[in-house]
Design a protein around this ligand. Sequence first.
Ligand code: AMP
Length: 359
Amino acid sequence: MTDAPLAPGSTIGILGGGQLGRMLSLAASRLGFDVVILDPEDNSPAGRVSRGQIVAAYDDPVALNVFGRVCDVVTFEFENVPASSMERLAEAGARVAPGPVALAVAQDRVDEKTFLNGVGATTVDFVPVETLNDLTAAIETLGCPALLKTRREGYDGKGQVWIKSPKDAAKAFEAIGGRPAILEARADFVRELSIIAARGRDGATAIYPLGENKHAGGVLRTTVAPAEVDVKTERRARAIARAVLDGLDYVGVIGIELFDLGSGKLLVNEIAPRVHNTGHWTQDGCVCDQFEQHIRAVAGWPLGPTAPHARVEMQNLLGDEVDQWAKLAGKADVRLHLYGKAEARPGRKMAHVNKVRPL
Ligand code: AMP
């Protein structure tokens, strides 16, 4: 496999056909690439703006073989892709970025936190939990309140339950389906920040300014970026980003969620080995947004600039909030990004808006 940058006209494969895949696909098209999506759902948001879509399960061996053969490089917008799928793609001859190590680490909250602390990116204290007895012991170790999360496959606050008192243990364990879990100490943060960063095939890094995030019910509502942060906090966040990227020998864009404890102290909440909702502000705040940056990285191109040219407030439109599109489209300072989803189920991410202000 050659290490030359992927030429325009080559094919980039994206596992996952949601809005992140759609925005990656649009960015790749602008750089002259063809994009093929693999997603079990026909007519996916990303499939509709791409050259084609293979409609199949993420672990379908035949589909993965075809996908691996038609794509020069395969990336993903969705990190719960089985590791065996990545192996199949590599066997079929596709380069896969980010690599299987990053994917495996991000799929398991215990492995993730162990990795993070190992590279000096501190997290909250935590205890792995397999049984109710483990949970009772973990509550004794960490105290209350503490947050019980499934080890795998949790997102947007799903598979999580707060434990306020030791007597909640059995109910909480049942609520997450008695699955392998992690108990986390509560982070006493003053606010939530995130940093979007990229690493190229040559090991070069590009790091965007921090964003400040507000969640409701575990789901991101707004990001304001660049966040108002002191120099110490900015430096610490950038050091964390570099440690994580180098520690994973990473290629692509990563989203790193941080708890700001004040006085420059940061804890890492979690990492997402893909473009990230808290990086959508870069579409209207930077010359090279996170989607183009990711495509550049996985294609072996030089990374793009990350300096902001505007202050942006990104707001997610969930469910029927998307019905405001006509009003929002009439506002001069608002850029509307619609995902082309037919059904506005409650809480579903349908679109986002970037409100753009001068720096
Ligand atoms: P996660 O799915 O891990 O990103 O968690 C979703 C949200 O829950 C975070 O953005 C925080 O607002 C909150 N949260 C998660 N873990 C903790 C923790 N250990 N302490 C306090 N809040 C947390």
